[in-house]
Design a protein around this ligand. Structure first.
Ligand code: ZN
Ligand code: ZN
Length: 283
């Protein structure tokens, strides 16, 4: 019989985007780390966004800031260096893992492999924010453009989960970021996720994740964007539970304010569904 953990520790397996290294985040990385310490976290994974492969895959805010892929690469190198310094500075106070969050665009798989070889992160979060090179989560307009370009919502979902499979198979990320992010901006996601051709792909991806012993990020940022539930949605969580996949909270913090936001709610959902709250670490 397993003993319920009366006080699950505070952790974030996907956090620490900062204004130092991300155009849509605020506050310094060190201030954010200090917020994790103030809130009593046991450990945190810093997982800044990977740089784009080329200028074509920059986000509008990066373009507006006059950046280019080369400068974003340099900024990423500085991020890794800074995060390692901060990790050493707070050793014994907060366990910090220095990682990054992937993208999946043309050329991103070999590019990410080179990033891993060059920067030797503690782990990576495998995430997609594009489908067939079209950004879908930056804005509702982007999402609609992706729906039209892919020939409808169903196709967009299918392609997302196919590309996610490819990413997991190729990069073997320790953590899968916001597994069902593709439902962002879709009011009808619940029925859509249950459609056989989409549900089959979800089952296939979960089976691969279970087989490889990878961890799912329970992404709480959704709750700050007026979503009814975090990524992953309840039906998919139930499948993950059945397969024995570990699910660990990620606050996806992008500021001091968002450190640990909705963490208690997230822990309650996971504990209520029977997940272990003895959180496995990403590395
Ligand atoms: Zn971000
Ligand atoms: Zn993300």
């Amino acid at each position: 019989m397993t003993q319920a953990n009366p006080h699950p520790s505070y952790v974030s397996i996907h956090g620490g985007h900062s204004g130092d290294f991300c155009n849509h985040a605020t506050d310094s990385l060190e201030d954010i780390v200090q917020a994790y310490i103030r809130k009593g976290f046991a450990w945190v994974g810093l997982t800044e966004h990977a740089p784009p492969v080329t200028d074509a895959f920059m986000y509008p805010d990066e373009r507006e800031a006059g950046l280019d892929a080369g400068r974003l690469y340099q900024r990423f190198a500085t991020y890794i260096k800074t995060a390692r310094k901060i990790k050493a500075r707070y050793a014994g106070i907060l366990d910090i893992y220095v990682g990054f969050e992937t993208e999946l665009t043309s050329g991103a798989l070999p590019f990410t492999r080179r990033l891993i070889e060059t920067f030797q992160p503690d782990y990576i979060v495998g995430s997609l924010h594009h489908v067939d090179d079209i950004s879908f989560d930056f804005s509702r307009d982007d999402y609609l453009r992706a729906v039209v370009s892919l020939g409808g919502h169903d196709n967009l979902y299918c392609r997302y989960f196919d590309q996610q499979y490819e990413l997991i198979e190729t990069l073997n990320p320790a953590v899968i970021g916001h597994f069902d992010l593709i439902r962002i901006h879709d009011a009808h996601y619940k029925t859509r996720l249950a459609k056989p051709k989409i549900a089959d792909r979800i089952d296939r991806n979960l089976a691969l994740i279970a087989d490889r012993g990878l961890i799912l990020d329970f992404n709480l940022a959704a709750l700050s964007k007026n979503m009814a539930e975090p990524y992953i949605s309840a039906n998919i969580l139930a499948k993950a539970r059945e397969l024995g996949i570990a699910v660990v909270p990620g606050d996806d913090s992008h500021s001091v304010d968002s450190v640990g936001r909705h963490l208690d709610a997230g822990i309650n959902i996971l504990a209520g569904m029977g997940f272990s709250t003895n959180w496995p670490r990403p590395a």
